[in-house]
Design a protein around this ligand. Structure first.
Ligand SMILES: [Zn+2]
Length: 398
């Protein structure tokens, strides 16, 4: 609920305003059926529409562009489990058009057509998706699912801020942010390693300096499902205290996209982003839109994780801000890995600082972070993950 709402907000704020006199077609609703050999997706429309479709691979996606169309419904109620569609994203595109992206688990054959109003139904756009592999596979007996399921670990990259020549914030009694956050990060890593279904990498496991860009690069190299950067602030106002959670701001995301694209034009390697998103052979305009959408989706996931983590921390420490804050931290600018930055407290505040250096409080904060991550992934397990498999087992037993 929360995530969808956020995503809608993010997408709506980027919408283009249509010139006067042009009335856009509303995409009111989507419905789904499956039969043995195909999946039918129907969009209910307020009127006729011009559309085109194309597909992209690695990962497989089907893109539907509808001219002069707005989205007034939402697709969150569609039962996508056991279908070839993993998720549906949508957003404004070009001058008042709407782009819908179906993330697919494999290649499909598409037949699409428009239907005029009849039998109490309005205008409709119908998409028939035939999978290369029969759909029964998806509804196979448990034994078959069990064999097919990779049950992979969720990879969390934990980034202890600062290090080496960069001490971060320093407290009145010489407490150093870099030491506090290394301890907390190591405790979090230890906790994650103990939990089946999780794997964890630390950006640094000792007192050395890592440049900001290198930190993001490490997350990408490990195909992280989540990147969490751990800090402890200083503030000019010494009474400032408590924990905060940050995500990338929308403005930050937009300018990062712009920077990524500019670098691409200049032939830079983009820290591997081009190959990950497979944009090399796409036209730059299209690549920009896809990158932007994937960044928006990542941001929504980051915000959701952020608020879950904030909720867990609330029982352990006071909160500096009751909601997830957004800012343009360079360390969070990864378009394909949901990322949060946690300020565990204020080194500059005497009381916070006193607690932050104790093993007991460090453990409590690490446990809080773990609990937040775990709750988030229980709610949003990546397909193919052990946790997703575990939940499928529970469902099939229910
Ligand atoms: Zn810091």
């Amino acid at each position: 609920m929360h995530r969808r709402h956020l995503l809608n907000l993010i997408l709506a704020s980027a919408a283009f305003v249509l010139p006067f006199g042009v009335s856009a077609t509303q995409i009111r609703n989507a419905r789904l059926w499956h039969s043995d050999d195909k999946l039918r997706l129907v969009f209910d429309l307020s009127g006729p529409v011009q559309y085109k479709t194309f597909s992209l691979s690695a990962p497989e996606r089907l893109i539907i562009d509808l001219s002069s169309a707005n989205l007034s419904g939402d697709f969150s109620q569609l039962a996508l489990s056991n279908t070839v569609i993993r998720s549906i994203r949508s957003g404004p595109f070009g001058q008042g058009d709407t782009r819908i992206v179906l993330d697919l688990s494999g290649p499909v054959q598409l037949a699409s057509f428009l239907l005029p109003p009849q039998d109490g139904q309005g205008h409709r756009l119908v998409l028939d998706l035939k999978t290369a592999v029969p759909l029964q596979m998806a509804a196979a007996p448990e034994a078959a699912i069990d064999k097919a399921h990779p049950k992979r670990d969720i990879i969390v990259v934990v980034d202890p801020g600062h290090g080496g020549k960069d001490p971060g914030a320093v407290g009145a009694k010489g407490e150093r942010e870099k030491d506090v956050v290394l301890s907390i990060a190591q405790l979090l890593a230890k906790r994650l390693k103990r939990e089946k279904g999780f794997d964890v990498k630390l950006v640094r496991n000792d007192d050395f300096f890592v440049p900001l860009r290198k930190r993001v690069e490490i997350a990408r190299k490990h195909n992280a499902d989540m990147f969490i950067s751990v800090h402890a602030d200083a503030a000019p106002r010494l009474t400032a205290s408590g924990a905060s959670v940050y995500c990338l701001s929308e403005g930050g995301a937009t300018s990062a996209t712009a920077r990524f694209m500019a670098q691409r034009e200049n032939g830079a390697d983009l820290l591997g982003a081009t190959s990950l998103l497979n944009l090399k052979d796409k036209d730059p305009m299209l690549a920009g839109v896809i990158l932007d959408m994937s960044m928006n989706a990542t941001l929504a996931a980051s915000l959701q994780l952020g608020s879950t983590v904030l909720g867990s921390l609330a029982g352990i420490t006071t909160l500096h801000q009751k909601r997830v804050e957004q800012a343009g931290f360079a360390v969070l600018k990864s378009p394909d890995v949901p990322s949060i930055l946690v300020e565990t407290g204020f080194i500059s505040n005497a009381r916070d600082s006193q607690r932050l250096v104790t093993a007991r409080h460090q453990q409590a904060v690490a446990d809080g972070l773990f609990e937040g991550l775990q709750r988030y992934f229980q709610k949003n397990p990546p397909v193919n993950s052990y946790i997703a498999w575990q939940q499928e087992q529970k469902k099939s037993q229910a």
